[in-house]
Every structure is written in structure tokens, then in C-alpha cells.
Design a binder for this molecule. Structure first.
Ligand code: NAP
Length: 243
């Protein structure tokens, strides 16, 4: 049976996969905190889901801004006291990323600040609240491009997609999953990486072949895992993804 969260926080949720994760978790009756760095976009997205009858509140959260991360954690602590689900979904690509020989170092640094350090910062800030939950779930929205195994397979369908900044940031995010799951192994908190699959969103100019609900499905499943579900794993809707 699925776990039913009471309070869930999703980062980078004003559009795309994060927005859909808010909608589907909201449909379980949970209070959803829709994290977004731009207040106007966040308020508008939350209002759309409220109009659908869901309990959704915009929370200002720029994962690349430490005061913003601490302020969000303080607000959640003061108003809710605990957190059942954290989905580290906020992520970026960068036009100046590319293969290792020529990717812009500035672009690689920007990507890491959001995709890896941002997720680490939010996780550290929210952990005290997650520890107060009966059965917390942390989902790191990774990518198949973060798989070292698939990157090393010249026959893989995305073998030619070599974006050192983006792919390494997702491999680093996967390391967060593995190490945090180990650290929290004696707690009720489960930590997993989700690979959405290639999904049509703004991130890739809508070139993905999956719909947004399809891309959100695995993160949603991992956010509501039952107590006997996996911990420290990396999966897509098709099953386990090799590290
Ligand atoms: P998207 O539509 O571009 O959404 C990305 C979201 O992240 C936006 O809401 C964006 O906010 C937010 N964001 C970026 N930087 C942020 C920051 N510093 N603080 C807070 N929010 C920030 O892309 P998406 O496809 O839904 O991506 C969601 C996640 O899925 C990402 O982690 C991505 O890497 C991952 N993913 C996507 C695919 C795919 O094919 N689409 C495949 C594998 C993995 P703004 O509107 O303010 O920019």
C-alpha cells in the first residue's frame, strides 16, 4: 500500500515535472508546498492547483540561494512542524554545457550549484523536519544521463549526448542518494533517485518523447513508497537504472 504523506515539499515546481508531482501528490489529500524561485510564477502555479480543489501553497525557494533555503525551512518549521516528503526536482541545463573538451566551466559551475549543491542544501535544511515524520521520503530527481554505466556504454541510445556539467551533476546527485540513504539507514526515512525519462518540457525545448505525467510518474511513486519499499535506489518507470 502507498504511504500517504501529510506535508510535501517539491522544489522547482512552478512548471514541468515538478508541477505535475505537486498535482498528483495533492490529489492524495496532502498539503503540498510548491517551491519556486520566482514568486509570480509560483503563486500562479499554486493558484491553478488550488482551483482544481487541492491544498497547495507557494513557498519561495531558490535552491541556489542559501538564505532562501533557510527561510523556507524556518517557515515550514513554524507553520507545519514537520515534513513527510521532499522532492529535489529543481534542475537546469545550460546552452554553454557540452562535452568535456569544450564545455564552459562557468556553465558547469552554474549547473552544479542548482542540480547538486542546491539539492544538498535543501536536504540539509529540511532534514530536521523530515526526521519528525513517521515515514519520510526524499526523492532526488536525477536523469538517465547521470548513469556512469549508461554513459560508458557506446551502444546506449543517448551515448552521443555528452554534457559534462549536466550529467556529472546528476551523477553527483545520485551519490547524495546513496550516501544519505546509508546515513539514514536506521531511520524511517527513505532516499531514492528517480530517472524521469526523456520528457517534453522547457528544459529540452519540448523535444522529449514522453508526456509530463509520464515523466513525473516515477518520482511520485518514490515519494509515496510503502515502508517495505526500496531505499538508496535509482529507478525509472521501467525499473532499476544502473548507477
Ligand atoms: P523545467 O520545466 O525546465 O522545470 C525546471 C524547474 O526547476 C523550473 O520550475 C525552474 O524554475 C526550476 N529551477 C531552476 N533553477 C532553480 C533554482 N535555483 N531554484 C528553484 N527552482 C529552480 O524542466 P523539467 O524537465 O520539468 O525538469 C525537472 C527535473 O527533471 C530537473 O531536475 C531535470 O534535470 C529532471 N529531468 C528532466 C528530464 C526531461 O526530459 N525533461 C529528463 C531527466 C531529468 P524557473 O521557472 O524559475 O526557471
Amino acid at each position: 500500500m502507498q504511504n500517504s504523506p501529510r506535508i510535501a515539499l517539491i522544489t522547482g515546481a512552478n512548471k514541468g515535472i515538478g508541477f505535475e508531482i505537486c498535482r498528483q501528490i495533492g490529489r492524495t489529500g496532502a498539503t503540498v508546498l510548491l517551491g519556486a524561485r520566482k514568486p509570480a510564477a509560483g503563486e500562479k502555479a499554486a493558484a491553478m492547483l488550488v482551483a482544481e480543489g487541492l491544498i497547495v501553497r507557494f513557498i519561495g525557494l531558490d535552491v541556489d540561494d542559501r538564505p532562501s533555503v533557510s527561510a523556507a525551512a524556518d517557515l515550514i518549521a513554524a507553520e507545519y512542524g514537520s515534513l513527510d516528503v521532499l522532492v529535489n526536482n529543481a534542475g537546469i541545463t545550460d546552452a554553454a554545457d557540452g562535452p568535456p573538451s569544450r564545455a564552459s566551466l562557468d556553465a558547469v559551475e552554474r549547473i552544479f550549484r542548482t542540480n547538486f549543491l542546491g539539492a544538498l542544501a535543501v536536504t540539509q535544511a529540511m532534514l530536521p523536519l523530515l526526521r519528525r515524520s513517521q515515514a519520510a521520503r526524499i526523492v532526488n530527481v536525477s536523469s538517465g544521463l547521470g548513469s556512469l554505466t549508461l554513459n560508458g556504454d557506446p551502444g546506449h541510445s543517448f551515448a552521443a549526448t555528452k554534457l559534462i556539467g549536466y550529467s556529472a551533476s546528476k551523477a553527483a546527485l545520485n551519490m547524495l542518494t546513496v550516501q544519505l540513504a546509508y546515513e539514514l539507514r536506521d531511520t524511517a526515512i527513505k532516499v531514492n533517485s528517480a530517472d524521469p525519462g526523456f520528457t517534453a518540457t522547457d528544459l529540452n525545448g519540448h523535444r522529449g518523447h514522453q508526456t509530463i505525467p509520464e515523466g513525473a510518474a516515477e518520482a511520485i511513486r518514490l515519494a509515496m513508497l510503502p515502508d517495505d519499499g526500496p531505499d538508496g535506489g535509482y529507478s525509472s518507470t521501467e525499473g532499476t537504472v544502473p548507477w
